[in-house]
Design a protein around this ligand. Structure first.
Ligand SMILES: NC(=O)c1ccc[n+]([C@@H]2O[C@H](COP(=O)([O-])OP(=O)(O)OC[C@H]3O[C@@H](n4cnc5c(N)ncnc54)[C@H](OP(=O)(O)O)[C@@H]3O)[C@@H](O)[C@H]2O)c1
Length: 340
């Protein structure tokens, strides 16, 4: 099969399209023919070994000390099950699925455990659209619903509101009944509003502290805010939730707990199948839609990575793997599909 392969850490040029062996499945595994995958912030960080300073060594120990332990990159995917192991009960050959595998999805076929982060494809979405959901959708859902336990009527500030996670965070915060203020560039203010933000600030010219408003939650998806800036806009019992963290945030979380006032919480998304199903339900209810910025053929993965690394993407950057989208289906109800 064809797959993107990376045998060393480095720039986008380390990614090459190669012919590799088809993965073999175990008793509890499924083989998925991948129709669409993507390039995400997690993918380029792993490719470049761009882990936060204090987490560089743990990052390398997890991903491979000298070279990537898993040479095929790509976490998000949507496609069709073509083979199942003898003990598989959740899936059948022919079923359309989507999910997050962490690695291995930038390829024509992907083997994964049936108990991993994989679920039936949302019925109203094509493979391309479904592959745009897991990375950003899962992070937004888990951090807002579970970690922040966001309640209806609470006020949320989403930093990086039109990016890979942010574009889903705005929609999911709205679906949870929150009042959303978005921070992005002026160029993308229309998209943030279209996704549901009541108020939009341009990070180049506006400072949220000047609003004179207090928030229950600051959800920073890009690493643009620190605890001091968050404290200036949070209620006394508010929460600062940064997706990116290093030793500094760990110490600040400890200090905030010790001295009281707004809290800082750090968490890691557990990538669960049941959360994919929750995303599917939101899509079905018309409260969540995939946001796709650009699409590249698999062979142009290096260009896709370079674009995502620029940190101005709007929603997902898709890699098309298996020719035309074979799962014919109508677009999700009531929304334009593409960000621009
Ligand atoms: N802890 C976890 O479990 C977990 C899970 C998932 C992801 N993550 C991490 O979370 C991060 C999510 O990244 P992502 O892919 O969502 O980011 P991204 O797509 O690269 O973010 C791009 C967005 O950020 C905006 N932006 C750029 N600079 C900004 C600034 N100074 N202030 C405010 N907004 C700014 C851009 O807006 P304009 O284009 O309008 O300029 C664009 O909308 C990654 O680092 C990922 O590793 C962590």
């Amino acid at each position: 099969m064809k797959a993107i392969v990376q045998h060393r850490y480095g720039g986008p040029e380390v990614l090459a399209l190669k012919e590799v062996r088809l993965p073999e499945i175990g008793e509890d595994e499924i083989l998925v023919k991948v129709h669409a995958s993507s390039a995400t912030t997690a993918d380029w960080r792993i490719r470049a070994s761009a882990f936060p300073k204090a987490l560089w060594l743990p990052g390398r120990l997890m991903m491979g000390l000298v070279r990537p332990r898993n040479p095929i990159p790509g976490g998000e995917f949507a496609g069709r099950v073509v083979e199942v192991g003898a003990k598989v009960t959740r899936f059948q050959p022919g079923e359309a699925v989507f999910g997050f595998s962490g690695h291995g999805a930038n390829a024509e076929y992907l083997a994964m455990s049936e108990s991993a982060c994989v679920a039936p494809c949302p019925p109203s979405l094509s493979f391309t659209e479904a592959a745009a959901l897991p990375f950003g959708g899962l992070a937004a859902l888990v951090f807002l619903r579970d970690v922040a336990a966001l309640k209806p009527g609470q006020r949320v500030l989403v930093v990086g509101a039109t990016g890979g996670v942010g574009s889903y965070a705005v929609q999911i915060a709205k679906a949870l009944g929150a009042d959303v203020t978005a921070i992005c560039s002026a160029d993308n203010a229309w998209l943030a509003r279209d996704l549901g933000a009541e108020q939009v600030l341009d990070y180049r010219t506006e400072n949220p502290a000047q609003l004179g408003q207090r928030f229950d939650l600051v959800f920073d998806t890009v690493g643009a805010m620190d605890m001091a800036a968050a404290r200036a806009v949070l209620k006394r019992d508010g929460l600062f939730l940064p997706l990116n963290f290093s030793l500094r945030e760990m110490l600040q979380a400890f200090r905030a707990r010790l001295f009281g006032g707004p809290r800082l919480q750090l968490a890691v998304n557990p990538d669960r199948a049941e959360d994919l199903e929750a995303l599917s339900e939101l899509v079905w209810e018309g409260r969540l839609r995939p946001v796709i910025d650009r699409m590249y053929p698999l062979s142009e993965v290096a260009e896709a990575h370079a674009y995502v690394e620029g940190r101005h993407r709007k929603g997902a950057v898709i890699l098309t793997v298996a020719g035309p989208d074979a799962k014919s289906s109508p677009p999700p109800r009531g929304f334009p599909l593409f960000a621009a």
